[in-house]
Structures are given as C-alpha cells and as structure tokens.
Write a protein that binds this ligand. Sequence first.
Ligand SMILES: [Zn+2]
Length: 251
Amino acid sequence: MPSNMWDIPKFDTLEEERIYRKQHLVAGCRLFGEFGFDEGIAGHISARDPIKTDHFWVNPYGVHFSDVTVESLVLVNTQGEVVEGIHNVNRAAFVIHSAIHQLRPEIVAAAHSHSMYGKAFSSLGVFLDPISQDSCAFYKDHAIYTEYNGVALNEEEGKQIAFALGENKACILQNHGLLTVGKTVDEALWWFISLERACKAQMLADSCGKPLRIPNDIAELTYTQVGSSQAGWFNFQPMYKWIAKKYPDMF
Ligand SMILES: [Zn+2]
C-alpha cells in the first residue's frame, strides 16, 4: 500500500493488485451512476487483470452503474467469453476494450460512456481547445474517431477505434461519446470525468462568445503539470474516498 498519499500503490502480490483494480473499477461505476453518465445499457469501464494479463474485468451487462459491486464484475477472455462472474458482457464493451488492451499493453484501464456533454461535443467533430487549465490535460493528447458505423459489434470496428486512439489518453468517438485510458484504473476514470467537464466548459463558453485560447507554449507547459499519469491518478483520490465512504456496500 502507498507509503504516502502521493504514491501510486505497489503490491506484494498480484492477488492484492487484482482486488485493488476491481474495487477502483467499481468505485468508477458508482461515480458514473452518480454523475448520470448512464444511457440504458451503454457504457463500460474495464481493468486489465494483473494475473491473466490478456483478460479484463468489466461492469456486467444490463446492470446500472449505481448497482455494480465487486461481486458482479465479469472477467472476459480474448474470445469475448465470460470466464468469471454470473453476468454477461456487453458485446460492444468486449469489442472496444479488447482491442485497446491488445494494442496498448501499457494501459491498465479504459472507460467509455454516452455521457451528455461528451456525446453532444462528439457531434461537432472538433478537438478540445486549451481554454482552461483543466482542458490542458488533453492538449495534443486526444484523438477523434471520425467514423460512425452503428453500434460497435464487430472486432474490426474495435480495432479501428483503438487505432484512432493511438498513443493518446482520450478519443472522442464522433456522434457517439468519449473514451479514455490510463495506466491505472484511477487515471482512466479521472480523464473521463475531466474530459466530460472540459467538453461542457467548451460548449458553454462557445455558446456565450469566443473563448480565449491559452497560448500554445503555456498550454504545453500546463500539460506537463496536469496531464501526467501521476496527476490523473492523484486527482481521482478525493473522489474515490468520497464514493467509497458513501457506498460501503459496493465492496
Ligand atoms: Zn458506446
């Protein structure tokens, strides 16, 4: 466990790390429920299993984010089969997350939902501008997947999305929603929440006038201050503590 609150925890065993990842994934689900990021059966958060590293844990199909528990998570293999858990996996969740976990071996987690501001912003087909300190976390570190071919049900679509994401921390899926990744579950979740808010801020500002951009050199500097994996992980910690205290039943 962490020696101080600034450290991403290290674990003595992979079993401990598995529990940590699952608990933080569930905390993310509860937060997505809290923030209204649900849209029926859409939306998924995945965490690579630290033991079977080509498998990932994901929230169960057809269960509201607010009802997800550690017990209800499912472990999915490379064929899209549930190998642990009593629930099914959303086909689109397998298609999208499987491709990302394969293409980005350093990535531990990915998050996607049809959250309101991300969905609305995605229809514009534009990048996020550096108009606030927070939006600089995504400066030159997000992509747009410009294709929309219906619900992502075939594996080729998943590969195209993963390819569009590239080395970035986030991808705006045009006419669809947001997708973020991280080297920790916490990081992927923070980027999702932060990106949703950045989309909202940009649309609010655009609707009122012409927002002033932070100059490129300052945006680049700010990115190094707020856009690292460590910063993403650390920013999530207050939310994790808050939601864990609010819903102790999720563990
Ligand atoms: Zn979707």
